[in-house]
Design a protein around this ligand. Structure first.
Ligand SMILES: C[S@@+](CC[C@H](N)C(=O)[O-])C[C@H]1O[C@@H](n2cnc3c(N)ncnc32)[C@H](O)[C@@H]1O
Length: 316
C-alpha cells in the first residue's frame, strides 16, 4: 500500500487521484463528500449487524479467504465481510469512503478477536499498489461508487494476476433494486455520469466491466431472508432512520408534506408486496467470483504512487 502516510508517518493531505492519475474534479470531490456524509448518517453499522450480517461470511467464503492471504474489502463499511474474512486467518485491509463507520468495525473485530487494517479510500482511486492483494472483495459496497468502470478498473489493478475477485451486489429486480427504483422519483437527479448502483447486480454488466481483466468463475443469484419487517410501516421506519440513501431522500422532500406522504405509501407498498405469508422477504443479490487474468489491466488505470487519502491506516 502506498501514499496513505508520509515517510514520517504524518497523514498526507493529497487528494486521491482518479484512476489514471488525474486529480478528481471539484464536482466529483463535492459528490464524494456528499456520499460520505450520506453513509455516515443514520446508523448503517446497526443495519449491517441486524439485517445483512449473514452476507459477510458468504462473501468471505466465496472469496476463499484463509491464512497467508492478503485480502482487500472495498467499501467495507463496518467490516461486515472484512471481519469474517479476518476470522478465517487472512490478513485483511478494510477500506471505505466513510471512515465514520470504522469505529463499529473495530468493535466487531475486537469482539471476534482479530485484527483488521482500516483505510479511508475511494473505490475509484484506491491507495494501494498494483497486484497487492490475493483477493479483492466487496459486499454490497463498490456498487455505490458512481463511476462503475473506474471502480472496476481499480478492483482489477490491486488484485494480483491469478488472484480472486468476489463481489456481492443487490440485483435490479430484487428488493433493494426495487427500493432504489421506488425512491428515485423523490430524489434529486443524479449528477451526470453517475450510474445506478443495482447495475452491479446484473451479471452482463459486471462481465463487461471486468472485460478481459478477469475470467468469471461463478455468477449466482441468491436471496437473503429478512423477517424483521412484517408489520406495515416497519421497514420504512427502520430504513428512514438507519439507511443513508433513504434518509437522504426523505431530506430532499422534507418541506413537502404531500411528497413525504406519497414516499411513505410507496415504501410501505413495496415492503407489503415483497413480504410473504410467513412475514419474511427474500432480498435477491448476485454473488460473482472471478480470477484476475495474468495480463495487465487493459484500461491502464491507477498508479502505484501518490494515492494518499489523507488518512493513516490503523489496525485494531
Ligand atoms: C451498503 S454499504 C455496505 C458496507 C459493507 N460492505 C457491508 O456489507 O455492510 C455501502 C458502503 O459503500 C461505501 N461507499 C460508497 N461510495 C463509495 C466509494 N466511492 N468508495 C468507497 N466506498 C464507498 C459506503 O460508505 C458504505 O460503507
Amino acid at each position: 500500500m502506498t501514499g496513505t502516510t508520509t515517510a514520517s508517518g504524518t497523514p498526507t493531505t493529497t487528494s486521491p487521484p482518479e484512476p489514471g492519475g488525474v486529480a478528481p474534479q471539484p464536482d466529483d470531490r463535492a459528490l464524494k463528500a456528499k456520499h460520505r456524509a450520506m453513509w455516515a448518517s443514520g446508523d448503517y453499522p446497526a443495519l449491517a449487524r441486524e439485517v445483512i450480517s449473514e452476507l459477510g461470511p458468504v462473501l468471505a467464503a466465496a472469496a476463499g479467504t484463509g491464512p497467508g492471504q492478503r485480502v482487500l474489502d472495498v467499501a467495507a463499511g463496518s467490516g461486515n465481510a472484512a471481519v469474517p474474512a479476518a476470522v478465517t486467518g487472512a490478513d485483511v485491509v478494510a477500506c471505505d469512503l466513510a471512515p465514520e463507520l470504522f469505529a463499529d468495525g473495530r468493535r466487531r473485530a475486537a469482539e471476534a478477536g482479530v485484527g483488521v487494517t482500516w483505510v479511508e479510500a475511494d473505490a475509484e482511486g484506491l491507495p494501494f499498489d498494483d497486484g497487492e492483494f490475493d483477493a479483492v472483495m466487496s459486499c454490497v459496497g463498490v456498487m455505490f461508487a458512481p463511476h462503475h468502470a473506474a471502480s472496476a478498473a481499480e478492483l482489477l489493478r490491486v488484485c494480483r494476476p491469478g488472484g480472486t475477485l468476489a463481489l456481492l451486489s443487490w440485483t435490479p429486480a430484487g428488493f433493494v433494486g426495487q427500493l432504489f427504483a421506488t425512491m428515485k422519483p423523490y430524489a434529486p437527479p443524479p449528477p451526470a455520469g453517475a450510474q445506478p448502483p443495482p447495475l452491479w447486480g446484473d451479471e452482463a454488466h459486471v462481465r463487461a466491466l471486468l472485460g478481459d481483466g478477469a475470467e468469471v468463475l461463478t455468477a449466482e443469484r441468491r436471496t437473503l431472508r429478512v423477517d424483521r419487517f412484517a408489520a406495515r410501516g416497519a421497514f420504512r421506519e427502520y430504513f428512514a432512520s438507519h439507511y443513508g440513501p433513504t434518509i437522504s431522500v426523505y431530506r430532499a422532500v422534507a418541506g413537502d408534506a404531500a411528497r413525504v406522504a406519497a414516499l411513505d405509501a410507496a415504501l410501505d407498498d413495496l415492503a407489503a408486496r415483497s413480504t410473504g405469508a410467513d412475514g419474511a422477504m427474500e432480498w435477491e443479490y448476485l454473488l460473482l467470483t472471478a480470477r484476475r487474468s495474468g495480463a495487465p489491466a487493459s484500461t491502464g488505470t491507477g498508479t502505484a504512487t501518490g494515492t494518499g487519502t489523507g488518512a493513516a491506516p490503523a489496525t485494531s
